[in-house]
Design a protein around this ligand. Sequence first.
Ligand SMILES: Cc1cc2nc3c(=O)[nH]c(=O)nc-3n(C[C@H](O)[C@H](O)[C@H](O)COP(=O)(O)OP(=O)(O)OC[C@H]3O[C@@H](n4cnc5c(N)ncnc54)[C@H](O)[C@@H]3O)c2cc1C
Length: 350
Amino acid sequence: MVVSDNSFIFACVNHALVVELVDTPDLGSGAARRVSSSLIRRTMKVKILIIGSGPAGYTAAIYASRSGLSPVLFEGSQPGGQLTQTTEIENFPGYPDGITGDELMDDLRRQAERLGTDIRAGVVTKVEFARDSASCHRVTIDDSEVIETQTLIISTGASAKYLGIADEKKYAGLGVSACATCDGFFYRKKDVAVVGGGDTACEEAQYLASLCNKVYMIVRRDVLRASDAMQQKVRNTDNIEILWKSQVRGLYGEDGVEGAIVETDGQTSKLAISGLFLAIGHHPNSELFRPELECDNEGYIIVKHPTTATNIPGVFACGDVADPIYRQAISAAGSGCHAAMDAKRYLDSL
Ligand SMILES: Cc1cc2nc3c(=O)[nH]c(=O)nc-3n(C[C@H](O)[C@H](O)[C@H](O)COP(=O)(O)OP(=O)(O)OC[C@H]3O[C@@H](n4cnc5c(N)ncnc54)[C@H](O)[C@@H]3O)c2cc1C
């Protein structure tokens, strides 16, 4: 440990633990030595810090661990990420009989942990990005602990927007879904409805039309917001019917969705469906990093394709938070692998 003349205290142990500089301008250097230890905030310094414990974060952790980078990963308020909200996953490669979301995320977590990832509970509440590649990014956890990191992997995911009606929660996983690619298969030959009038809604409706008996599109206005090409496709699909100026007011059913209460021009009626797919947009969890980190109009972090590099050196983004298009577990995992490899290359270049 070094105590400098101007009462700054600094220590660095194996580049792993730094006792932060404590400015005590009113004290002489002797007094600085007597500064109570409670004044000395311990700051851990790491090579790589990963924010998020979804498929992207855990995969980044697996790759970073195997590269000898000893990553620290913060789980956030939803350990395991979005997949813990669902039951059966049938499209994650390597599980021929399917797997539950909880089991899959538990497997990924155990794999990351076995390989050496330091997985911690905690929500990142502040990030101060480094001004240059010689400095570290400062990451605050739960408004208290600060960790300095040479590279940062952001894998904070995106959340589907919901309508805000109570029945959505009641029937979550029992007929309400925000992902046709994920759940459409469970509704083969059934009648379903898609809520929304944009490109995503049209795409989801198209996808479901190829699996389901009938697809209703519940559209709030009397026009679609989607591109002309998408609109045309929807209109040309026989088993899609658009319910204009309509809104979902509720859902009903014994053990799962059996229908929706739909209001059209002030009149409510029952619509018999087995599944309600919400396609009114997603909300990327990127607020914490703006405005320094470049995002698109919807808040998705912009990366320099085909890499996961952002506009800030040493900061990489992967998974749904940087993916306005695919938003699948396997694509999130794939980009997590890229982010860890990009971070390793960056560290090697320093
Ligand atoms: C109901 C449902 C069913 C789905 N079904 C399928 C399916 O069958 N197949 C499929 O491929 N995909 C499916 N998906 C999509 C899939 O879940 C996502 O594409 C995938 O989880 C994205 O992974 P991610 O790692 O980018 O983010 P997420 O899984 O969203 O994880 C984000 C992580 O970031 C953490 N976090 C956020 N903010 C902070 C912070 N400030 N500090 C620390 N941590 C933070 C969260 O706690 C969370 O752990 C489904 C999604 C939902 C909602």
